[in-house]
Design a protein around this ligand. Structure first.
Ligand code: ARG
Length: 402
């Protein structure tokens, strides 16, 4: 068998490489760079040492930012109101690269290191099957029931170098997911060593920092006035927001397979970008657009979280969102201070905000006299309903005259 293995260089995938070789397979390893801070040279060397028949390093950072992170920003993607889907959006991209390599290398199967307990298995399997149903998908950790402690022993016995890690971490431009170890006790505060991109808010600077993000058609293009390519822009915001302790997330998450899990993330850029983007939308979209978009956004996030990136409904939602986002251009200023990112200013040439109408001063142009009749009709049913329920009778026309 000729197989393509998604290879991170960590314990699971290194053990898989060795096991697959023992089972007589020819293994081609693939590492997709979505912005994780790894030594890709070291990973390639390790793959070669463990006997990979070939290794691919694929730099997909720009594609990830443009085609996966940007749609998530437009959809204000936040699973269960907390998780910006950082790991979730990277999986379909990685899966598509695995399929490409498998086709090029004429492989029979794609192998990944996901367990049978999480969401990632779904995201990989579903995307791979949609792109190429003739490829077999194999997840030995799940399908052979491999346990971590067994993997350690096996790695030791085979001389596979493994670094001991206190947590299971998945990292890309859009965020870091930190799981396992002491974090599995949801009553305990995550220790400081779980975090890498954010300082603790207590240790953040005592001075606030202002940050301006410019958006064009729903996506950010400049930071403090400097236009940046998508992946650089996100990386820059991870640094700026991270140094103020912004973007630490700790919540109980409902996995697709039914488990509840305690999840810890740090997503500094995602936190400030989505906060700013939501604020800008409120300035340029109507009340009706905003409330309908909330439903669309939630459905989008749910489809993506549950591994259905390829679902046709998602592409229809994307079309809807893109149409609405045409207007979402402008500039948002946030004040960053000790773990919080507060929007303190916004402006847009598509703004629906009219200071001439809303002002309390005498130059206001809204005729208040129209409001009297409006209020009368607006409250009519509610007033009648209230009085009927109290048994005070349906008021006659004159009794509700104002
Ligand atoms: N719970 C998150 C999700 O489902 C994070 C998954 C992280 N994956 C990992 N292999 N550590 O998207």
């Amino acid at each position: 068998m000729r197989v393509v293995l998604a290879y991170s260089g960590g314990l699971d995938t290194s053990v898989l490489l060795s096991l697959l070789k023992e089972a007589g397979s020819e293994v081609i390893t693939v590492t997709v760079d979505v912005g994780q801070e790894d030594d890709f040279k070291e990973i390639a060397d390790k793959a070669e040492k463990l006997g990979a028949a070939g290794h691919y390093y694929i730099d997909a950072k720009e594609e990830f930012a443009q085609d996966y992170v940007f749609p998530a920003i437009k959809a204000n993607a936040m699973y269960q109101g907390k998780y910006p889907l950082s790991s979730a959006i990277a999986r379909p991209l990685i899966a598509s690269k695995l399929v490409k390599v498998a086709e090029k290398e004429d492989a029979d199967a794609v192998v990944h290191g996901c367990s049978g307990k999480g969401n990632d298995q779904i995201r990989f399997d579903v995307t791979i099957k949609a792109l190429n149903p003739s490829l077999k998908v194999f997840a030995p950790v799940r399908d052979w029931g491999l346990a971590r402690d067994w993997e350690y022993e096996y790695a030791k016995s085979k001389g596979i170098p493994v670094k001991y890690k206190s947590y299971s971490v998945d990292e890309n431009l859009w965020g870091r997911s930190i799981e396992g170890g002491v974090l599995e006790d949801p009553s305990r505060e995550p220790p400081e060593d779980a975090f890498k991109w954010t300082v603790s808010p207590e240790k953040a600077p005592n001075e606030p920092e202002y940050l301006t993000i410019d958006f064009m058609k729903g996506v950010p293009f400049a930071v403090n006035g400097d236009a940046l390519p998508p992946s650089r822009l996100i990386a820059t915001l991870n640094i700026i927001a991270g140094r103020h302790g912004i973007g630490r997330i700790d919540h109980i998450e409902d996995r697709t397979v039914g488990l509840k899990s305690r999840e810890v993330y740090e997503c500094p850029a995602a936190t400030v970008i989505i906060e700013a983007h939501k604020d800008l939308e409120k300035m340029v979209l109507t009340k009706r657009e905003l409330s309908f978009k909330l439903l669309v956004d939630e459905t989008w996030s749910d489809l993506v979280y549950t591994g259905l990136w390829v679902e046709p409904l998602k592409s229809s939602l994307d079309a809807f969102i893109n149409n609405m986002e045409e207007k979402v251009s402008g500039s948002v200023t946030l004040k960053l201070y000790k773990g919080s990112a507060r929007v303190v200013g916004r402006s847009s040439y598509n703004s629906l905000y009219e200071d001439k109408l809303v002002a309390y001063e005498s130059h206001s142009t809204l005729s208040q006299e129209f409001s009297k009749g409006f209020v009368e009709l607006w409250g009519l049913q509610s007033i009648i309903g209230f009085r009927t329920r109290r048994g005070i009778g349906v008021p006659l026309q004159e009794s509700i005259a104002w």
